[in-house]
Design a protein around this ligand. Sequence first.
Ligand SMILES: NC(=O)c1ccc[n+]([C@@H]2O[C@H](COP(=O)([O-])OP(=O)(O)OC[C@H]3O[C@@H](n4cnc5c(N)ncnc54)[C@H](OP(=O)(O)O)[C@@H]3O)[C@@H](O)[C@H]2O)c1
Length: 165
Amino acid sequence: MRNDLEIVVAADLNWGIGLNGTQTLVIPEDRRHFREVTGRGTVIVGRRTLLDFPGGRPLKNRRNIVLTRDGSFHAEGAETARGVEEALSLCAQDGAVFVIGGESIYKAFLPYCRRAHVTRIFANAENDAFFPELDKLPGWRLTDPGEEKESGGLRYAFQTWEKDG
Ligand SMILES: NC(=O)c1ccc[n+]([C@@H]2O[C@H](COP(=O)([O-])OP(=O)(O)OC[C@H]3O[C@@H](n4cnc5c(N)ncnc54)[C@H](OP(=O)(O)O)[C@@H]3O)[C@@H](O)[C@H]2O)c1
């Protein structure tokens, strides 16, 4: 079972990532960064987050694996997995694999990840979806704090977190 997956997430100071099924704080530069990081790799995404993509459609130029327990769910351009193990076996031979949320998917796949690309937004927004608090998790450390930038009044940094061992 591979344990080298990478996470891509935008989180505020409280590790908040979304409200009512959508992202609260949106930074255009972060969208670009997301495309650059995920490149032509494989993405693993929860059904709820997929529905929040433009038109509810999978991401272009990437292999999309959607997690759902709904046997009748189908999305053109995506493959479905009914659980973590099925998703991991589908992408066993792939190059870079990115876990792109949402909350339930980040939690379920965290044990199989070794790196997190975190767009840290230095603000506190209202959220009902959260990312695990990497700064309190044993084994995880901030290996690159990134450069602090500003966009639309929001300060942010592209951070890299890595898991030891
Ligand atoms: N800031 C960011 O970077 C970022 C990125 C992504 C998402 N988000 C936010 O995260 C929030 C959504 O998170 P969420 O947890 O509500 O939804 P989610 O993780 O996107 O999707 C949840 C759905 O995934 C399926 N699922 C989850 N675990 C599964 C498992 N072990 N096996 C099979 N299927 C599984 C289920 O689909 P079925 O109901 O079909 O069975 C479940 O309802 C939104 O607010 C979104 O904006 C933020």
